[in-house]
Design a protein around this ligand. Structure first.
Ligand code: F0G
Length: 429
């Protein structure tokens, strides 16, 4: 294999097939690829050619998956080990009304909610579950605000592995809970919040020899890097000026920086986009730490309508800080009202997303208003989850539970009389 596990803090390396998430020094680990050797092998045209491969009756991961197309930069495993739906190949939308609303000429929305289980987590999970199978794991587990558990449940079902998911009781959106149950995961509803569930799952996995598939697991992040590879490939290798994403546990922030760093080292891009990580004001430990110049990690008790990012002690903190250093990135925060209005705009464009994803769009709008993003700059905002994940948040916004809602689309009650219905429709049109 041309990759190994490596500690970004002390440089110690470990074989790729050792079950470990942390270095002996306590730091999280990277999957480290031999970029020097890869530089001689990898060209843009290799990836183009895979995209055009001839159809076959069976799944061909390199051709069909937007993750495994970049497999040399992800995980060098034999193709027959791969557990894939396939995932990725998500659209890069543009919509004039949204660009105008946020205030830039060129806004792309990379819609990761259009992955098989409805969130970007599938990109990490295809790699994490493949690695679990490669290692011969007896079961897999994660703590989750909902999407990780939905995705883990789906990929574990596909691989025939038992899955155990730890979710904060009453704090995950209905669509996500439904998925975990439907795909057959053993679902533990933990009293407490996500941060409690996260501590618990780490302890249990260590004690019971269960394979942990939170983003603490370095293989998950390798898969999530493909959001960047696919986006920039989709833009003909012309990187945008900004990549804006919602930030919770900071797995994606960590993965995006690593992806961009590797693309630059390989000579596949020459200009580095800036990352902007967006938090909800009620769940903003990374923002607070940014304000302190990253001198220390901050913990908060988190509360936000965007339950996916309701996280007070993000686990990928150190690697996320590194990403911002590599990309001259920044962190901002937006209120729940700004998130829900941005979501309504994305939904009304016919695209749709869940609340956490809309934080990215609200963040772009805020950074443009502050003069940080210039209107002429090219911006990619990542929509991380599907509209259908959290129907309750959408319905409550439109039915008046959000007094400050700017774009509520209230349903109207009518009696079953054509006369009345005609009157109502005439008053609308
Ligand atoms: N958007 C959505 C829809 C998410 O589900 C998550 C995280 C994030 C953004 C934040 O990404 O953690 O990489 O900073 N969801 C995790 C979960 C925590 O358990 O599903 P992050």
């Amino acid at each position: 294999m041309t990759a190994q596990l490596e500690c970004p803090r002390c440089g110690t390396s470990y074989p790729l097939d050792e079950v470990r998430y942390l270095c002996d020094c306590g730091s999280q680990l990277d999957v480290s690829h031999d970029l020097g050797a890869l530089r001689a092998q990898i060209t843009r045209t290799i990836f183009d050619a895979r995209q055009r491969g001839a159809p076959t009756p069976h799944l061909c991961p390199e051709r069909d998956s937007g993750v495994w197309r970049y497999r040399e930069l992800i995980l060098p495993v034999p193709a027959e080990m791969i557990v894939s739906r396939p995932e990725g190949n998500t659209p890069l939308y543009q919509h004039p009304r949204l660009s105008e609303w946020v205030g830039v000429d060129c806004l792309y929305l990379k819609h990761e909610g259009e992955n098989p289980s409805g969130s970007f987590k599938d990109r990490g999970m295809t790699v994490g579950v493949t690695q679990a199978r490669w290692l011969g794991a007896r079961a897999v587990a994660c703590a989750s605000t909902g999407n990780t558990s939905a995705s883990l449940a789906a990929y574990a079902a596909l691989a025939g592995l038992p899955a155990i998911v730890f979710i904060p009781q009453g704090k995950i959106a209905a669509g996500k809970l439904a998925q975990a149950l439907a795909y057959g995961a053993h679902t533990l509803q933990v009293t407490g919040d996500f941060d409690d569930a996260m501590r618990l799952v780490q302890h249990i996995c260590d004690e019971m020899g269960i394979y942990l598939l939170n983003s603490l697991n370095p293989f998950r992040l390798e898969g999530q890097k493909s959001i960047i590879f696919e986006t920039i490939h989709g833009l003909n290798w012309q990187p945008p000026d900004w990549i804006v994403l919602p930030a919770g546990n900071l797995g994606n922030t960590a993965a995006f920086g690593k992806a961009l760093y590797e693309l630059q080292q390989l000579g596949l891009i020459t200009q580095m986009p800036r990352l902007a990580a967006v938090q909800a004001t009620g769940a903003n430990p990374f923002y607070q730490s940014y304000q302190l110049g990253f001198r220390q990690a901050v913990k908060v008790r988190a509360e936000t309508v965007a339950t996916a990012i309701r996280i007070g002690a993000p686990v990928s903190y150190e690697r996320a800080v590194r990403s911002l250093r590599w990309t001259n990135g920044l962190v901002t925060q937006v209120s729940d009202a700004e998130i829900m209005d941005a979501k309504a705009m994305v939904d009304r464009a016919g695209i749709g997303c869940e609340p956490a994803s809309a934080a990215a769009v609200a963040g772009v709008r805020k950074l443009v208003a502050e003069g940080v993003i210039r209107p002429s700059e090219r911006v990619v905002a990542v929509l991380t989850g599907n509209l259908l994940k959290d129907p309750a948040a959408t319905v409550s916004y439109h039915t008046g539970e959000w007094p400050e809602a700017q774009f509520a689309n209230r349903p109207r009650a009518v009696s079953a009389h054509p006369e009345e219905v005609r009157r109502v429709i005439e008053s609308i049109l």
